[in-house]
Design a protein around this ligand. Structure first.
Ligand code: ASP
Length: 328
């Protein structure tokens, strides 16, 4: 009897040490906020909203998307780095996570030390697209048009360090033309201006361009993958290599993060839910319909995710330092 009492007391003490809230997570009356560091209706937002839906059941909580856009994803990321580490505020971010440390020298957080890594989510190719009135019918004609219009071309992007910024830099270097870049808080508003003809070109994720290409609201010239895509609306698009541009490969990845210090039990629950969500046939179907490939196996492991981001930081950091282009 004494032994049993002692064990019960020890168990109670252990519970207090863990924080009862960690074991209750997620509480029935609480929503989980998923911060998206780009505009609503754009490519990252689309991934986040599909993921929020897929996470709802396995996590046992409503997941609400919060768009905190601007400064190449650093505003939204800072918000999560500062949030209470209780599992109720998460971040979905893309490659910007690895370009920020080099580009923004006055970042208020450290990408590797101020976040818990929860796993990668997907890989997303990009497409080179133009306003609907663009006269060029294919990449060859587009490069001729670009050569004739040097100094007059506007290229939209989602801010320094964004995927569209990086891809746009590669396009300008491939075509040996400097364009006027027009930064937005995300490529959702940039897409509105592209459709309206206020900007000429953009290099954007398929999660934003597929629907617009399908409905012929914009013109598309190439995909940035080494192989053609199988998504029906994109399968006829040539790769950049087929179009004559060698060594042009850009794939954007997304990952899930929590503020540093989130209890291990909570992190495990979120990671377990993420693993289930990434196997959800509905989520996979929606993502594939937008040209994205959902990740699996060890890429959903937190340690692997962190290792991958570290390698990406090294890769992009070296390129950014060489280019000497900083945001601040
Ligand atoms: N497409 C944006 C980018 O270039 C991200 C977004 O707007 O969601 O990074």
């Amino acid at each position: 009897m004494r032994q049993l009492l002692k064990m019960t007391l020890l168990a109670a003490a252990a519970l207090t040490a863990l924080g009862a809230h960690a074991l209750d997570y997620p509480a029935k009356d609480k929503n989980v906020t998923l911060v998206v560091p780009f505009s609503a209706g754009g490519p990252t937002d689309r991934v986040a909203r599909d993921l929020a839906e897929a996470l709802r059941k396995p996590l046992g909580a409503n997941v609400i998307v919060d768009n905190s856009a601007g400064a190449g994803s650093s505003i939204g990321a800072a918000k999560v780095a500062r949030a209470t580490p209780d599992g109720y505020t998460l971040l979905l971010n893309h490659i910007g996570m690895s370009t920020m440390p080099a580009l923004y020298r006055k970042l208020s957080f450290n990408v590797l030390n101020d976040f818990e890594y929860l796993g990668l989510v997907n890989d997303v190719p990009m497409t080179l697209v133009a306003r609907p009135s663009m006269p060029a019918q294919n990449y060859k004609e587009l490069s001729a048009w670009i050569a004739q219009n040097k100094g007059k071309i506007n290229l939209g992007n989602a801010g320094l360090g964004s995927a569209s910024h990086l891809c746009g830099l590669l396009v300008q270097s491939a075509l040996q033309t400097d364009m006027t870049t027009v930064p937005y808080k995300g490529t959702a508003p940039a897409m509105t201006d592209l459709i309206g003809g206020q900007i000429d070109l953009m290099c954007d994720q398929t999660t934003n361009t597929t629907g617009q290409i399908e409905s012929k609201k914009i013109k598309a010239y190439a995909v940035t993958t080494t192989k053609r895509l199988s998504t029906p609306a994109l399968k006829d698009l040539p790769t950049m290599a087929e179009s004559g541009v060698k060594n042009f490969e850009v794939t954007i990845w997304h990952g899930l993060y929590a503020p540093k210090g989130t209890p291990a039990e909570v992190l495990k629950k979120i990671n377990d839910a993420l693993k289930v969500a990434l196997k959800d046939p509905e989520f996979i179907k929606k993502q594939e319909g937008l040209g994205a490939i959902v990740v699996s196996d060890k890429r959903v492991e937190p340690a692997e995710h962190k290792k991958f981001v570290q390698a990406e930081i090294d890769k992009w950091g070296a390129l950014i330092k060489t280019s000497g282009q900083y945001a601040d």
